[in-house]
Design a protein around this ligand. Structure first.
Ligand code: MIC
Ligand code: SF4
Length: 646
């Protein structure tokens, strides 16, 4: 029987375990990437592991999230990251160079390699044929130290693309269609592998838009074949020598196959407040728009922005719309500038933003109260834009640009097909790597600079014999990591856990941090009770680290998303699932709870939670692998790596 792409890459990298769906396996990681908002902690943890130099093939440290420098904190973090990269052998991408995923695709992605990144959109690399996965910073630190990455052998779903996109329909509409089929929950442990004749109609940046937003389905990653179009992209980036062909065998078997006919797609959007709320753009035709933001790691390639420039050329942004445009990389920005397209953007009245995450993470251009904002980014969780009452819609660059001019939602398909500014991929990109700082052979003499906002990563204590405490918060379903640990204006505390911990669940229950800390201070444990799909969204390990700091010992939920689940293990917090979903209703906030003799029972499939307040017993699923048990017993990965060698 033939093999598919996922199996080919994973088996080439397999370190332990059997490649059978659902098994725990570990794989060798070729490349790693970190970004500044998660990377500072990842490098602090790397340092705390006592290693002398990065061991994997290539470690990239990007600065793209915390580029708004109000106060010294972010600038200090950048300096820390620059010096720590040089000291330990990582490549440093200076602020201004661009967004990590766009840059990695352009300059470093290689078909057939594995990439682990401390950012949930690392699967962007699947567009060039990599197995590229997001993880918590400490998992990336371990991979930089040459340690394997532990994961569940995936279920592989083939997404068969047929046909060809019509003019005015774009790659963003493909992934929005995928989201309408699969939703944002229930896809844990799955990899999407794209195939079919429709693949050949898409260039690498379009494929990357699709794999990027697979993250919103909660899949482990998504991957495209590596073919002649991949080769052409790499050639245009001056990297053809790294190209390799990668395709599934004709008789490869998949766990499921879903067909999407590109010719039938229409412009779609994700309505507030979830990337899974899919509707057609035409459903809101004519309704007022207040803000348009174009960019982010989903849609900021050269072709994306050139199409936008051609749509805006000679027109003006509607008088009541604020338009922000952030090219994904300096390469994109330079090309637009040299070829004159930047002038078209400026002339239209667009606000040209830095090549960085900016608006996408609520770090810039927060909309006004109740404003309707159309964005080409990938997440529209409530409040993520920095404005709780804003209504954010996720759309394609085409839909965004038209709305900016018209001031209302406008269906791109109402334009004439002949007026579509289709863009051919250039045969040569304008490559300029001067904002990458490559490390010296021996960095041991380099002094790492640590500003006053950078603290040591807090370590946990070993798992106690009994967990006795309180359900200090009860939340509903689809709680994202943005709910748990807000970004935006709080981002600058990423390197300072005691300060950042004051904002855990800020917009859900602002009293939580003080309540939890009070319990912790009198020696009681905290437990979080949650519905389905807890921890959706980002890879930020702070969503486990800060609760850990506040004394949270267990998260008891209907279901937990993959990266967050791994982060809980990494910080010694027990993830436990209800055996009977309806038991979620049998715990109230404030109930006194007990998980007795837990150290001894850590290896069991089920453990019993006693709700002391209600005098009932509730069975919970544990079923941890032996490695997960070791992590929990040690009080997290940092303690564990100190006990063992990784
Ligand atoms: C995001 O898009 O939510 C982020 C910000 O890029 C995060 C990482 C972080 O929180 O630093 C992600 O996607 O993992
Ligand atoms: Fe940056 Fe937004 Fe992409 Fe996250 S999703 S990496 S914040 S651009």
């Amino acid at each position: 029987m033939g093999t598919h792409i996922v199996e080919k890459i994973l088996s080439e990298h397999l370190v332990s375990g059997e490649l059978k769906t659902g098994n725990e396996i570990s794989i060798r990681i070729d490349q790693t990437l970190t970004q500044d908002a998660t990377g500072t902690m990842a490098f602090l943890q790397f340092e705390a592991m006592g290693l002398d130099r990065v061991q994997n093939e290539l470690a990239l440290s990007y600065v793209d999230h915390n580029t708004v420098q109000v106060g010294f904190e972010n600038a200090d973090d950048h300096d820390y990251l620059r010096t720590v990269a040089a000291r330990y052998g990582a490549v440093f991408s200076r602020p201004g160079n661009g967004i990590c995923h766009q840059l990695h695709l352009e300059r470093f992605g290689i078909p057939g390699k594995t990439l682990l990144g401390s950012d949930s959109h690392t699967p962007t690399g699947g567009g060039i044929g990599m197995i590229a996965m997001g993880a918590g910073g400490i998992d990336v630190a371990v991979a930089m130290g040459g340690g394997p990455f532990y994961m569940t052998a995936p279920r592989v779903v083939r997404i068969e693309l047929t046909g060809q996109l019509r003019p005015w329909v774009s790659a963003k509409d493909v992934i929005l269609k995928v989201l309408s089929v699969f939703g944002t929950k229930g896809n844990v442990g799955t990899i999407f592998e794209y195939g079919g004749e429709g693949v050949l109609t898409l260039d690498v940046p379009q494929r990357a838009t699709i794999t990027n937003m697979g993250a919103e389905c909660g899949v482990t990653t998504s991957v495209f074949p590596s073919d002649e179009r991949t080769r052409a992209f790499m050639k245009a980036q001056g990297r053809e020598a790294d190209w390799r062909e990668l395709k599934a065998d004709d008789d490869a078997r998949y766990d499921d196959v879903v067909e999407i006919n590109l010719s039938e797609l229409e412009p779609l959007m994700a309505a507030p407040h979830s990337p899974g709320n899919i509707m057609a753009v035409k459903e809101l035709s004519g309704q007022r728009v207040d803000q348009v933001c174009i960019g982010s790691c989903t849609n900021s390639s050269y072709a994306d922005l050139r199409i936008v420039a051609e749509i805006l050329k000679g027109k003006s942004v509607s008088t009541h719309v604020s338009l922000g445009i952030a090219p994904g990389s300096r390469e994109v920005m330079l090309m637009l500038a040299r070829e004159g397209y930047l002038a078209d953007l400026i002339q239209s009245g667009a606000r040209i933003l830095e090549s960085a995450c900016g608006f996408c993470i609520g770090n810039h251009l927060s909309p006004g109260s109740d404003a309707v904002s159309l964005r080409t980014s990938n997440r529209n969780f409530e409040g993520r834009s920095g404005t709780q009452s804003a209504q954010v819609y996720l759309v394609s660059p085409e839909t965004a640009a038209l709305a900016a001019v018209e001031g209302v939602f406008a269906d791109p398909l109402s334009q004439s097909p002949n007026s579509y500014p289709a863009v051919e991929m250039p045969s040569q990109f304008l490559v300029d790597d001067s904002l990458f700082l490559f490390p010296p052979e021996d960095g041991s003499a380099i002094k790492v600079k640590r500003g006053p906002n950078i603290g040591d990563p807090p370590a946990n204590r070993k798992l106690p014999d009994h967990i006795i405490g309180e359900a200090s918060i009860k939340v509903g379903e689809k709680i994202t990591t943005d709910h748990i640990m807000p970004a935006g204006q709080r981002l600058k505390f990423r390197s300072n856990i005691p300060a950042y911990a004051e904002y855990v669940f800020e917009h859900v229950d602002s009293q939580f941090p003080s309540r939890a800390a009070e319990l912790r201070n009198v020696g009681k444990h905290n437990m979080i009770i949650a519905g389905a799909s807890y921890g959706q969204g980002s890879s930020r390990e702070h969503a486990a680290l800060c609760p850990m700091y506040l004394g949270v010992k267990a998260v008891i939920a209907v279901s937990i998303e993959r990266i967050h689940m791994a982060n809980l293990f990494n910080f010694g917090i027990l993830p436990l699932l209800f055996v009977h979903e309806e038991d979620y209703g049998r715990i109230d906030q404030g109930d006194q709870l007990e998980l007795g003799d837990i150290r001894n029972r850590i290896g069991e499939q089920e453990v019993t939670l006693v709700n002391l307040t209600k005098d009932i017993e509730i069975p919970l699923k544990a079923g941890y692998s032996s490695r997960q048990q070791q992590l929990l017993l040690a009080g997290g990965l940092l303690n564990y790596t100190r006990e063992q060698s990784i």
